[in-house]
Structures are given as C-alpha cells and as structure tokens.
Design a binder for this molecule. Sequence first.
Ligand code: IVH
Length: 698
Amino acid sequence: MYNKEESNKLQKSTERLLSHIKDSTYEAKHLNELREVLRFHEYRYYILNDPLVSDFEYDQLYKMLEKIEAADPTLITSDSPTQRVAKGLTKDFPTVQHLVPMLSLENSYNADDLLDWDRKARELTGLDKVEYCVEPKFDGASISLIYENDLLVRGATRGDGVEGDEITTNIKQIRSVPLSAKFSEFGIQQIEIRGEVLMTKQNFKKYNDFLAEQNLPPLANPRNSAAGTLRIKDPKEVAKRNLEAFLYHVSYITTNKPSTSKLLATHSGMLEMLWQLGFRSPDKEKKVLKGIDAVIKYCHAFEEERDNLPYEVDGMVIKVNDLALQDKMGMTSHHPRWAIAFKFKARQATSKLRAVEYQVGRTGAVTPVAKIDPVPIGGVTVGSISLHNADFIEEKDIRLGDTVLVERAGDVIPYIVKSLADARTGGEKKIKFPDKCPVCGYKLEKPEGEAVWRCNNSLKCEAQVVERIIHFTSKDAMDIRGFGDAIVRKFYDLGFLKDIPGIYQLPYEKIRGLEGFGEKSINNLKQAIENSKQQPLHRLIYALGIRYIGETTGKTLANAVEHLLDFKNFSLEQLQNLEDVGPKVAGSIYEFFSNKENIQMLEKLESLGVKLKNDKKELSTGGNLSGQTFLFTGTLTKLKRSDAEEMVEKNGGKILSGVSSKLNYLVVGEDAGSKLEKAKKINTVKIISEDEFLSIIG
Ligand code: IVH
C-alpha cells in the first residue's frame, strides 16, 4: 500500500506536524497532509499491526485535525479520519438491497467431497488441472461494502441475502475498513465488496470477562458477538468493542476507464488489489494452488493451525481463481459453482440434559449448572455446562430431558446454544429454580433488575466461605502455589481452616499426619503461604473477592491509597471520583469497608504479617527509574518476567505494552523477535540486555 519512499515521506510529515503541535503553529493548510498522515498510521496499526508512532502521538495528531475542522466545518469531508466517530444514537437500520444477491457456499467435509467437486469443476471448465485460490473461511458476520468514486458510501449486513440492514455508521467504527480507497487508479467507479466482521478471540474473552463482572451471561462465541455488535444502536459502543474486518470477495464492479491491471482478471488478483488499497484481505493466509491434491493438503495443514490463529476460522473456502472461468461456471440459485467451503471439525454437538445442579459462588450468586450426557466436542469431553442464571434458562426455554445444542468455540468455555424444541417427546420438565440456598438453606433473593438469585448469608454460608478462600489463594489473586481448591476444601472439611486469616494459622502438626503431605510438600506450602504475605496491594484487593472488583479495578484502588484501611475514610463520592469506578463499584467498596467484620479480618491479616501497605506508592515518587518506561522481550535467564516488571514499578518506572517512541528501554532476553526489530527502527529506544537492566536497577 505504501512503498518505502512514501512511508519515509509520511514519517517525515508526522514529525513535522508533531513539531507544529508542540509549537501550536498548525493551521488549515496542513489539513490534507494531516489526514494522509493519520490514514497512514491507522494502516500501520490496524492492517499491518506494526505502528510507527505511540498512541499518544496519534491522539495529538487526531486532535489537531479535530481542531482545524471545528474552526471551519465546511472543510470536513466524509472520509476524514474524524468521521468514524459518530455522535448520538442510530434510530433504525433501514433495509437496503444488495447490488448482487449475497449467496451462500456449498459445503464439503472431507477430501472425497473435494475430489467430487473438483471433478465437476474440471468438466465445466474443460481443464485437466484447475487453478484455485484457497483462503480461510472467517467465522464472523458477513457484510457488504459499496465504494463509489473512491468513497465508502454504504455498509450493510447480509440479511436474507437479497436485502440487508444499512449499518454504514457502525461499519465506520471498524478501523481496518478504509473510509476511502483509490479504486479510481484501477478505473473502478463503483464496487461492491464482501467480507466478514470478526471479533478476535482475545477481545471476545475480554468482553465476556467484562460481562461476567457485571453478572451478565457471556456470549456464546466471537461470531455472535461480532454480529450483535454490528446491530448496536450506539456507534461509540461499537467502536469500543474493537471489531475487525476481512474482505474476501468483489461481487460487482463498474468501470469508467479501461484498466490495464492484470489484477482484475483473477480472484487472487482482486484480493491483492484490495490489499494494495489498504484493506485487510486474505494476504499471507491465501494460497494459489494448481489441482485439488495441493488444495486438500493445504486445508488439512491450516486446520492444524486453527487454534493458533487470533480469530475463529470454521473452514477454508476454495475458489476457482480465473474470473472468466468463474463466469463460465455460473451459479445455482443458492451458491456459486466456482467456490466451495471445506468445513473443519464441528465444535458443536447435541446431547441430553439430564439434571441441573446449583453452585453457590463466593458472592452468593447461585449458578445453575447443566449436567448433560458427556459428548466430545473439538477434542474435549463436555459433561457440565453453566446455565448462568434463571433468565438464561427462561429465555432459551431449556427443559430437563431436552436435547440441547452445545458449542465449544476454540478455547472458549462450553455453552448451550439452544434446546431443540422439535426433538421433544412430551416428557420434558420445566426447570424450577430453588427458593432456598442449596448449601445453607437461607432464603434466596433476586434484587429488582438483576438476573441473579443470591444467598445473602455471606459470612455463614459454607459454600461462600470456601469459595472466597479458594479465590484468595488463586493464581491471579495471592498466587499461593500448591494451595488449590481440592486442598482448601479438604482443610475446610477437616476443620483446619475456617476463614481467610486461617490460611496463615494452619495447624501444620495435624496436616503432617495426612496422606499426601510429606515434609517436603508441607515446607513448600509453608513457603508459598509465607511469600504471599508480600504480594502487592492490588493483588490483595482483588483476592478479597469484593463484588465487581476485578484485577483492573484492584489496581486502580491500590494506587489510590497508602494503606488498605485508608478506604475506611473514603466517602462514596471520593470512591466514584477514581478512574473507571462507577456507582455500582463504589457502592460495593463502600459497603465492604463499612462492615466491622471485614475490617477485623483485614486487621487480623495484618497482624499475621500480610502486607496491607502500598509499597509502590511510597517508592514511585522517589524511585531511581521515575518517569522511565520499560518493556521486556524474549526469555529472561536470570529473572522471572513478572519479578523484573515488579522491580521496575517498585523503582518508579512504568511497563509499556508495546514498542513505540514512548518507550525508553527495551530489555532483550533470548530469542527476541518482532519487538526487537521494531525497537531498532526507533532511535530513541535504548536496547539493553538483562545484565544491563540489573545494573540499572542497582
Ligand atoms: S466467498 C459468492 N470467502 O461463509 C461467494 N465467504 O458459508 C461469497 N465466508 O456467506 C462468499 N469466509 O459469509 C467467501 N473467504 C471467504 C469467506 C466466506 C467466510 C462466509 C460468508 C458466506 C459464508 C458461507
């Protein structure tokens, strides 16, 4: 898209514009250059995943553009980078007709199916060996985009294939979709492009974690979440979910001057054109292969790599590469004859729902868990699946004895997609949610507007006490190695442990007599427990299992105090003033620190040696790394990465998540890869070894 010369030019422009910002000497004449520069950096970031400026620098340039446009709104163009951000809410999504119906694909499941299909393709084309383009079958929501005179004019969902919903504003929130592209260089006046909108596995997980913190049921898979996000009426919310788009098919073109480009003659050429114009089209992922044997081999090889991809792929699509041959082969009423999908092993299965059990979590939330006849899905046998809450059961009308459709997408937890109502025989029974806590018998309550039934006997309900201890010791909390749930439950049942402070007063003389507890394992456990006393404050806060307080909020809270008990003196208002703390979170913290028993527990922990002080806060202002930023890459040989990072923070430095010009030091271990390469390109980043790092720390 940008050759070396152009990149250098734009990088120089970037520097010049940044210096104008610094001196406040920018004006309207910089407008076009500024937009070019912003588009360039969006491309580096969203398409190549290889940014050349820091987020901060990008934001500065973006704000400069906003200011110039605000001073004279007549200068705004529809493809200006500022026009992604929509203000207000979308009313309705009007129905629009696709220029060409969005057909589906024929499916194949094994090599034999592909051999059959290839035979037909050879017959229809009259060739001995057909050239195919093979690319991933992206598992998301399909969209169609129309560009006219180089501008994105319309984005739509697939709908019924003939008509879809117009979602242009939401599409503009997807940063990898260019608002304008120089199709005119190929003589193209109007073009309709198809593609798939995806949510990466990582963003999907983040989003589900966020839902879980709000006690909301998770979404089934990244596909549903991409499709759902596209239909949200608030474009700002759409922007937050970080969707991505792969464009894989040109369905319609009008030209206004002849093009000499060879690219327009083949499918792979079209993908190449899209890539050159700044789209994310299958690039390294696609292969042009002659003959079906090579295709079959590539499909199998790709399936092996399926779990290593950052996004979900449910198969491969094989397309006849020559567009003239595609025309010759034509379409049936629901699929083209020149393409076929090769589906990977299903990650769905059906099974029978035999029973529902109820689990009580550390916050008292009662979660129904479906027990199904165990079925293998994607290499794992699934027998238990969370049903989340009573509303989930109600909405999906799930009944005992039902045949249920179960999905396990990638590394995502299994999920009941639906009950198959048609398979009912009449003996199925409605699920009756209990009105009493299945563990302590306390009456369950469901506050107005919430989906979760809760046991509020929080200090006495055994399930909650045990779950709180388990959470306290867990890896992301106090990280007491070797003190997993089985041991916590065992010690609790034997009466060795009854609350969190009890972890630090275990009766080792009694434990010594237990099976499986030799001197060595006892010493290891003792040591792990001892080490946990020094965990940073944010871990302790998270470990306490206060409702709505996840790891991120734990960090915000830790940074706000010098000692955990300082929170006793915080008003609700002060709590709400903290970054990212809303009324719900503030209320929960306030309630926790207003409870006498909680305060007594914290005082007890402190008397047993657990650190309630915030070391970082004391040190961060005076540390010798104050104001310096670090990033570690490769394998460190002398230090654990997390320890090294903590050393930086204790000395007042900051850890960055990626290489940019904001970075001061890149500490390089063994086998360092792309971060090192990137850092070499930025003059201001100091690249140092682990030893050099240790000498800086002193
Ligand atoms: S080509 C006329 N290529 O799979 C042919 N489709 O099951 C247009 N899909 O409706 C489709 N990745 O939403 C094509 N690389 C790819 C694809 C792809 C995913 C989706 C698309 C289609 C569905 C058919």
